[in-house]
Design a protein around this ligand. Structure first.
Ligand SMILES: [Zn+2]
Length: 238
């Protein structure tokens, strides 16, 4: 039965590993921010809530799948949805290249608050998508910028949201490279490249991300070669 549709949830940390591990054929150009409005935060019942939205999108609205790629729950869990290989069904006429987030809740003024673990999760997830697909802050769009709706809620201003993304914990790539990382971190990175231990500029795009195992092996091999070379030189000089 179609009702057996299941969804997977990630903590922000698990979401980071997931996003860093995938490769997507579709060209990602922007991030869409939405609130569900209904269900509200108080209606949230874990996976059943996501299945409910899926059922509404596929059965009532007749779409082929749930509209959003990810739903961010009040408890900070990030639920998967539509495949990232497909454009979302979020903003009429503006879905091409989008990654769509639905923040579960009604964030219109005087209704619910985007705060705590849920705020941390949406901001962290947006930063990871920006980093993964080399996007900029300008590539974050609110539904209401292209619609008469209030989505993602009149209680959330775009300026405030972008400030949160900018101020997030991990480094964020932007037009000037790794601008918001402290100097001492950049100094280490510069040394790494000067010594030839890393050569691809790709790695500089997110200096907070971890290297895949093969790249760590490469760095160690290069270091080992240099080490052998210099100790051989010492021996022959004797
Ligand atoms: Zn929306």
């Amino acid at each position: 039965m179609e009702d057996q549709q299941t969804f997977k949830s990630y903590t922000l940390l698990q979401f980071q590993s997931f996003i860093q591990s995938i490769s997507i054929n579709r060209k990602i150009t922007h991030i869409q921010i939405h609130h569900t409005w209904k269900p509200r935060k108080i209606d949230y019942r874990g996976e059943a809530t996501i299945v409910g939205m899926w059922r509404y999108h596929t059965q009532t609205r007749g779409w082929h799948d749930i509209g959003q790629h990810f739903s961010v729950a009040p408890d900070g869990l990030i639920w998967d949805g539509r495949s990232l290989e497909s454009d979302p069904a979020g903003i009429s006429g503006h879905n091409k290249g989008g990654v769509m987030f639905e923040i579960i809740g009604n964030f219109d003024k005087g209704e619910e608050q985007l705060e705590g673990k849920q705020l941390e999760a949406i901001i962290g997830a947006v930063r990871l998508i920006i980093s993964k697909f080399n996007l900029k802050l300008d590539n974050i769009i609110f539904h209401r910028e292209y619609s008469s709706k209030t989505c993602p809620g009149t209680g959330i201003t775009k300026d405030w949201f972008l400030e949160q993304v900018k101020a997030g914990r991990a480094s964020l790539p932007d037009s000037q490279g790794f601008i918001d990382s402290p100097k001492w971190k950049k100094d280490y990175i510069d040394w790494f490249y000067q010594e030839g231990l890393l050569s691809s500029e790709e790695w500089k795009k997110d200096i907070e991300a971890s290297l895949p195992l093969w790249a760590e092996a490469l760095v160690i091999k290069r270091f080992y070669r240099k080490y052998l070379q210099s100790s051989n030189e010492l021996i022959t000089r004797k």
